[in-house]
Design a protein. Structure first.
Lengths: 249, 444
């Protein structure tokens, strides 16, 4: 990971024994973050450590989080709100959150997404049962466009032409360390694809739960899809170099 | 169409293939005849939508050709749409009013055991086709008829009395299948048609279906449409058979497949011999290819389904489902999932609401209750009796009621018992095999 010092400060924290960390990266999603946090508070899983990393939002997202936490902090075994003093980008913000997590399992979220109540518990069960390095479920698309996500069984073959697994997943912290965390690519948008490719290369295996338990908000400009990502060309080039076994179209 | 003229003495298959390839003039003449027969079929059935074809493809008007002739000479080869929802709706109305030709019985061949059946299935095609071939063969086993499964790479069989080709649109077009596409072979074969009539695959399959000895269509309405054009066609839906190995036994433990890796402990430890509907650990099972329509509906059920125990498999892959590429391409996996699920949800890929008989029969077999959107009617299985029908926007409400309330569970028990009984007695694979035998007639 990066050599330079991390420009982060702890805004609010409570330590305690937790079973799983749910990490939320926030950048200018003041209007969506409460829905995300509410869905975490409603999880059937007990012993959650909530970690929010604000990546130097220019809206009042951080204040919304602090006000929400003041009302809801008893619902969590531990919590931390961390703020970047300069905008560092999504992969870096996720790494900040992983570093803070006190548990060996981390559920990854973005502040505009949401969960159904059984999401974390089911992923925890499946990880215990299968011993996988990460566990993910099928997604529901909501917002601008509704539909079902692209998730499918873990397969290197299936990853070759395009990514089909979102970042929203339960990840073992050891696996995150083994793949050296999330990588900032030359352009934004495919850090989750890159992350899963590193799992393949490290022979870390993931487990798919074919239930729709996570909700992915679609926007007018959704960065995850090739057709809408203006950086697609640059990303295809860089990914082909990083992971020559891919077969990007 | 007169099939008899193809039945005379013929040169061996290999020689016929070589001849066809050697003389391009003969090939051109054959192409012309085939194009004319497809045009005649589309005209007689009313399936071709002239106006839609002309307005969808501006080059047709410029060509100066009659739109139907343009389609059978040009459009069919480049996968163009030839029909429309309105046209198919009209065709179905005719079928459903029983004004189309009813099925005439085929003569019963005496002593089935003297026949030998070759079942051909494309090795490169969808897993589903292989599964159909397996259950067709199981039906012949049940009937005491010797049958073997072959693919396009097999040598020509020496002594088969009946040739049955599964999914002709794939078999005759993929890989080495092309060498089987001779008039000599096609005219002696019973073609088991699998494609929906609105698709380009259907149009492409006509090249073979119209020259076949007989057509076995897995859809009742399609078979009626074929008969209305003078083709010898029957509905054939091979169902229950104790010789279909993946479904014959209960799966005490789920097959070792990554398909089960993420499922709750209760699913792994469940004993399928348990009789009770309510005890099954998975509430809802859905297995299907992604489509905009299915995506939208499943998303609308997501909140309700998130509180139930589900297995919702929606694959994005558009390439054929094969065991090498997908853990779901295994009959054992389907069987084990059905045995552990209370309810199978059936959602149509598009607005053409075909009765997805094979998936439905598999569910009946494993006593899983089928909840579906309205379908085209089935000759044997009826909504409210064998399965439950509901409007798409209320599927999840019905599902929850069945899975979670004592009244719903009682209804579920009733429906699944009746479905199982009628499947095993009236929709078994042996009946389908004997039908295929009759369609092939007496031994040559």
């Amino acid at each position: 990971m990066n050599l330079f010092p991390r420009p982060s400060k702890i805004v609010k924290e409570k330590k305690g024994a937790a079973k799983v960390a749910v990490i939320v990266t926030l950048y200018n999603y003041a209007k969506h973050v409460e829905e995300c946090l509410d869905s975490i508070a409603a999880q059937t899983q007990s012993g959650i450590e909530l970690i929010v990393v604000d990546d130097c939002s220019t809206d009042d997202g951080l204040d919304v989080v602090l006000a929400w936490l003041a009302r809801n902090e008893t619902g969590f075994a531990a919590h931390a709100v961390i703020s970047h003093t300069t905008n560092m980008g999504l992969p870096y913000a996720r790494n900040t959150a992983f570093l803070r997590a006190s548990t060996d399992r981390v559920f990854v979220m973005d502040a505009d997404n949401a969960l159904y109540p059984r999401a974390v518990e089911r992923c925890m069960q499946a990880m215990t049962q299968s011993g996988a390095a990460a566990v993910y479920t099928q997604l529901e698309f909501f917002g601008q466009r509704t539909g079902v996500g692209t998730a499918d069984f873990w397969s290197a073959e299936r990853l070759k032409p395009r990514n089909y697994i979102d970042a929203m997943a339960l990840v073992s912290k050891a696996a995150w360390e083994k793949v050296d965390g999330y990588t900032q690519l030359n352009a934004n948008g495919w850090e989750d694809y890159d992350f899963w490719c590193k799992f393949i290369e490290q022979e870390l295996s993931c487990t798919y739960i074919p239930e729709i338990l996570c909700r992915y908000r679609t926007h007018m400009t959704s960065m995850s899809h090739t057709e809408t990502n203006p950086n697609a060309g640059a990303l295809i080039l860089q990914m082909s170099i990083r992971h020559p076994w891919l077969n990007l179209q | 169409m007169d099939f008899k003229r193809f039945l005379g003495a013929r040169p061996p298959l290999k020689a016929a293939a070589a001849q066809a390839a050697a003389d391009p003039r003969a090939l051109r003449g054959e192409n012309e005849a085939i194009a004319a027969s497809i045009a005649k079929f589309l005209d007689r059935t009313g399936l071709f939508d002239r106006e839609a074809y002309v307005s969808n493809y501006p080059d047709v008007a410029k060509s100066g050709l009659d739109p139907l002739h343009h389609f059978v000479r040009v459009g069919v080869h480049i996968g163009r749409h030839f029909t429309s929802e309105e046209t198919i709706a009209r065709t179905w109305r005719k079928v459903l009013q029983h004004s189309l030709a009813p099925a005439k019985p085929f003569p019963d061949p005496a002593d089935p055991s003297r026949y030998r059946v070759a079942i051909y299935v494309p090795s490169l095609g969808n897993f589903f086709m292989r599964e159909i071939a397996d259950v067709v063969k199981a039906g012949f086993d049940d009937a005491g008829v010797s049958a073997e499964i072959r693919d396009e790479k097999s040598p020509p069989p020496r002594d088969a009395t009946h040739h049955i080709v599964i999914a002709p649109h794939e078999f005759f077009t993929l890989g080495e299948g092309k060498r089987w596409a001779t008039d000599e072979f096609v005219s002696r074969a019973i073609l088991f048609a699998t494609e929906q009539i609105q698709t380009q695959w259907f149009a492409r399959s006509l090249v073979f279906l119209l020259r076949a000895k007989a057509v076995a269509d897995m859809n009742d309405q399609n078979a009626a449409i074929f008969r209305s054009a003078g083709i010898r066609a029957l509905t054939v839906q091979p169902g229950y058979s104790e010789n279909f190995a993946p479904f014959a036994q209960q799966t005490r433990t789920p097959p070792s497949s990554i398909a089960f890796a993420g499922l709750p402990e209760a699913v792994h430890s469940f004993d399928p011999a348990t009789e009770s509907f309510a005890a099954r650990p998975l509430d809802v099972l859905f297995l299907g290819q992604h489509s905009p329509r299915r995506d939208k509906l499943l998303a609308s059920y997501a909140e309700k389904f998130a509180s139930l125990s589900t297995f919702l498999y929606v694959t994005q892959s558009s390439s054929p489902l094969t065991p090498a590429q997908n853990p779901m391409a295994a009959s054992e996996v389907t069987a084990a999932l059905l045995e552990r699920s209370k309810i199978l949800i059936n959602l149509h890929r598009d607005e053409y609401t075909y009765f997805e008989w094979w998936r439905v029969m598999q569910a009946f077999w494993k006593k899983t209750v089928v909840v579906t959107e309205p379908c085209l009617p089935h000759p044997l299985f009826k909504p409210g009796v064998h399965y439950l029908e509901e409007a798409p926007r209320h599927i999840h409400h019905l599902t929850e009621w069945l899975a979670k309330t004592p009244e719903g569970q009682a209804k579920a028990e009733q429906v699944r018992e009746r479905a199982f009984r009628d499947l095993t007695t009236q929709a078994n694979a042996k009946i389908a095999a004997l039908t295929l035998l009759r369609m092939g007639g007496a031994a040559e």
